[in-house]
Design a protein around this ligand. Structure first.
Ligand code: PLP
Length: 366
């Protein structure tokens, strides 16, 4: 019996050919593939411009630089997320202010944002967690308080909001990751910054290139954060496949939903009304996460806990004033969210194997 992994990168002849052609062209950096990838992916998301870069973490750092956030500024971030959502704020010298997530959808909670807002609040980073869109009401909330909206869309390629807007087209700036396990990848590390604001678009390209203009004059602090042409060429092919891959993820999620709806000690993830989930992860909220994970392991199925240690409790934030703060929802669910395999290449037989193992485990933990 072969083990079922959490994810598997996609690689086919078209991607191989795109990569080889780009290498053969000897145009390895700063070329047409990167420009086309930025244009095509931002058009897909309904944004004005996309700038490929080296990772999702770098995209988040760039977003904060673009919005001129720095020392003295506060940025609201959920604590239930990947650490990069918070550390990008610290890296620009601003202060991450941690907030709780919604009990049902696990995205950033507007009441919690409201409670944490101060005159120094400059931005919120809303994570479309596991591929679930954040609340559309956030746009108005940010607008009302003159706070920038940064989307951490690292897990949400192709997710659609209740208003019919794709991840990447909602906030002032959006950040994507193309890490190999993500819904869209580029054959290595990669990310993209995206904006729907014309006033930020030109600076975005410059930022990944030492803040330089066409005459190579530097106007603002940036660095070399550019994506290689080979990666961009692979990303363009993957973008053509994305909608088909999302369909398959949604079919698998629907099958899981049906099979797990009435299990004891296991809750299925809720989908925000009117949205289309991108299912980067399918996380079950489990009473006995260790029991389920052991059972899956014995059945040769990988699983993961997201996120056992919320950001504010990580060692890197030992001196942060909120290091010991209580967040009722995050504290209750953080160590109980068990992700099970969901990737578009999964066969029906693999999906059924996962279902049988989860159902069997739920009977055992009763
Ligand atoms: C929510 C979130 N934000 C940011 C990142 C950072 O992306 P990268 O690993 O490409 O730097 C990730 C990657 O896992 C993520 O899941």
């Amino acid at each position: 019996m072969t083990r079922i992994p959490m994810a598997r990168p996609s690689w086919d002849d078209d991607m191989r050919q795109a990569a080889l052609q780009t290498l053969d062209s000897l145009h390895w950096v700063k070329g047409p593939e990167g420009r086309a990838f930025g244009k095509e992916f931002s058009e897909y998301c309904g944004a004005v411009q996309g700038t490929p870069c080296q990772s999702g973490s770098v995209a988040l750092w760039g977003a904060l630089r673009l919005l001129e956030i720095g020392p003295g500024d506060e940025v609201l971030v959920p604590s239930l997320t990947y650490i990069a959502t918070a550390t990008c704020v610290s890296l620009v010298g601003a202060t991450p202010v941690f907030v709780d997530v919604e009990p049902d959808y696990w995205c950033v909670d507007i009441a919690s944002l409201e409670a944490a807002r101060t005159p120094n609040t400059k931005a919120v980073i809303a994570v479309h967690l596991f591929g679930q869109m954040s609340d559309d009401a956030l746009v108005d909330w940010c607008h009302q308080h003159d706070i920038a909206y940064i989307e951490d869309a690292a897990q949400a390629h192709g997710a659609v909001s209740a208003k019919g807007i794709k991840a990447g087209g909602v906030g002032d700036v959006a950040c994507f990751s193309f890490f190999p396990s993500k819904n869209l990848a580029v054959g290595g590390e990669g990310g993209m910054m995206m904006t729907r604001r014309e006033d930020l678009a030109a600076r975005m390209d410059a930022l990944v290139n030492h803040g330089r203009d066409a005459r190579l004059e530097s106007h603002e602090l940036g660095s070399n954060l550019r994506m290689s042409e080979v990666s961009a060429a692979i990303g363009r092919v993957q973008l053509h496949r994305l909608e088909g891959w999302l369909d398959r993820r949604r079919t698998i999620a629907a099958r899981y939903h049906q099979a797990f709806a009435n299990l004891d000690g296991i809750e299925i993830p809720e989908i925000r009304h009117g949205t289309e989930h991108a299912w980067h992860q399918y996380c079950l909220l489990v009473e006995n996460p260790d029991g389920l994970r052991h059972a899956l392991d014995a059945a040769e199925i990988d699983s993961r806990v997201y996120y056992a240690t919320p950001c504010h409790r990580q060692e890197v934030y030992a001196d942060h004033p909120q290091h010991h703060a209580a967040f009722p929802v995050t504290d209750t669910i953080a160590h109980r969210l068990v992700a099970i395999p969901i990737f578009h290449q999964m066969s029906d037989e693999q999906v059924e194997r996962v279902i049988q193992a989860v159902v069997k485990a739920s009977h055992q933990v009763e």
